[in-house]
Write a protein that binds this ligand. Structure first.
Ligand code: PLP
Length: 456
């Protein structure tokens, strides 16, 4: 525990001048801030020299670990060559040209175009503006509503937070009008007593049909979905979900956007989450693993239909009035090229598929615990949901903060994992070996035993 009484401790200095986001202030009051200095493989090291196995790959993104020489070298070389440029006025770096070619090549699309941002939130925001622009240009100015799902996470800008289906955004007076949320496709939690999975799915399809009928298909600009919901608690959809809902959306001409900010580049065992679920969206939103977390960057990857239509609509008014100063930053593009090569050709995706069975077995074993209601996940993203009563799925009382306690206990034992609602989320880096995977589950198992003994 850092000595928080010292005014010049890292903890005190962090608290004095850093405004914390997504951080529980009572927790850091009690426990102090963890200030990190560097990383080694999947481990991070703090100012006190303590090592933590980061079972969340930072924030889902550091898939190659924290010191990969290919990525740091790609950045260093590009900084030496051409350290920054924009993508306005018909100019862009050679790295941006090459990355767009590569992204279309590795995408499920045979043709298309890419637009760069600095984050996943901005990429979703950009996609919404593209849809608003496109529909207006094609004579449907009323087509502005955006449909997402409960527990969706699409980011934090005013638009992407409105797309996010989490109650905490009410403190900002969000969502904005016209952002509609369907039921989260989580059978274990959302299924009614006695309702089969197939009936649950039918109910979700009927809900979507009803929403389209009530709102009017011509008022809907697009549908966004994470193939596996990430920050909502690692929620794979009920079986058959995309096969059932996509035809409804397509029948009404509603564009389907896959938010692959977490699932993109190998997390589910395929290059894209949509591949794992057997569908091709109209566009893909990418960020996080795009640069393996070594540079802030996001991308809107447009499939052929949206790409052609947006190109036509832009030609009609001569320019698409949108872009960020650092869009298509040459260092970000160079790092992304190296990261994609490393994941697809350098053995990382192979390692993901090699360790998925060990990961699933570890989750399934911990789920035998009396106070774990279910394990869920897909590929190398998983969650364990804590419950007071397994048979009735009754959660622990919220003032017990069960998942925070488990995560804090893990931190004390050198493992970083993430509490989300009443679940613990694991999202290991793609470089993890068997021994590190075992270390992760051993430490988590000990923390579960300790916390459940305290509160059960
Ligand atoms: C993290 C995330 C975002 C937002 O990305 P930022 O880079 O944090 O803005 C959007 N969508 C999904 C699915 C995410 O997981």
């Amino acid at each position: 525990m850092p000595d928080t009484t010292l005014p010049n401790s890292w903890d005190a200095r962090a608290k004095a001048h850093s405004f914390f986001g997504f951080t529980d202030l009572p927790s850091i009051e009690a426990r102090g801030t963890v200030v990190l200095t560097h990383g080694e493989g999947p481990y991070v090291i703090d100012t006190e020299g303590r090592r933590y196995l980061d079972a969340n790959s930072g924030l889902w993104n550091m898939v190659a670990g924290f010191d990969h020489p290919d990525l740091t070298r790609a950045a260093q070389d590009q900084y030496a060559r051409f350290p920054g440029y924009h993508a306005f006025f018909g100019r862009m770096s050679d790295q941006a040209v090459m990355l767009s070619e590569t992204l279309i090549h590795v995408s499920p699309f045979d043709q298309g175009r890419v637009f760069y941002t600095n984050s996943g939130s901005e990429a979703n925001d950009t996609m919404v503006k593209m849809l608003w622009f496109l529909h207006a240009a094609e004579g449907r100015p009323q087509a502005r509503k955006i449909v997402t799902r409960g527990n969706a996470y699409h980011g934090v800008t005013a638009v992407s937070a409105s797309m996010t289906g989490k109650p905490y955004n009410s403190v900002f007076g969000l969502p904005l009008p016209g952002f509609l949320h369907l039921t989260c496709p989580h059978y274990w939690r959302e299924g009614l007593p006695g309702e089969s999975e197939a009936d649950f799915l039918n109910r979700l399809v009927a809900e979507l049909e009803e929403l389209i009928a009530n709102e009017g298909a011509d008022t809907i600009a697009g549908f966004f979905a994470e193939p596996v919901q990430g920050a909502g608690g690692v929620i794979p959809p009920v079986d058959g979900y995309f096969d059932a809902i996509l035809p409804v959306l397509r029948a009404h001409g509603i564009p389907v956007i896959a938010d692959e900010v977490i699932t993109g580049f190998g997390r589910t065992g395929a290059v894209w989450g949509c591949e794992s679920y057997g569908f091709v969206p109209d566009a893909i939103i990418s960020s996080k693993a795009l640069t393996a977390g070594y540079f802030p960057m996001g991308a809107v990857i447009l499939g052929p239909d949206l790409s052609d239509r947006l190109q036509r609509a832009t030609q009609a008014i001569e320019e698409f009035p949108h872009g960020f100063t650092a869009s298509g930053h040459p260092v970000g593009c160079a790092v992304a090229l190296a990261a994609i090569d490393l994941v697809l050709n350098g053995g990382l995706l192979n390692n993901v598929n090699r360790i998925i069975p060990r990961f699933e077995a570890g989750l399934a074993k911990l789920a035998q615990h009396d106070h774990i209601g279910e394990w869920r996940g897909r590929g190398l993203m998983g969650a364990l949901e804590a419950v007071r009563d397994k048979s009735t799925k009754t959660p622990f009382e919220s003032d017990l903060s069960v998942s925070e306690r488990i995560a804090n206990t893990c931190t004390d034992h050198g493992l970083i994992c993430r509490p989300l609602g009443q679940s613990i989320v694991l999202c290991p880096p793609f470089i993890m070996n068997d021994a590190q995977m075992d270390e992760m589950f051993d430490k988590l198992s000990a923390a579960l035993d300790q916390v459940f003994a305290e509160i059960a």
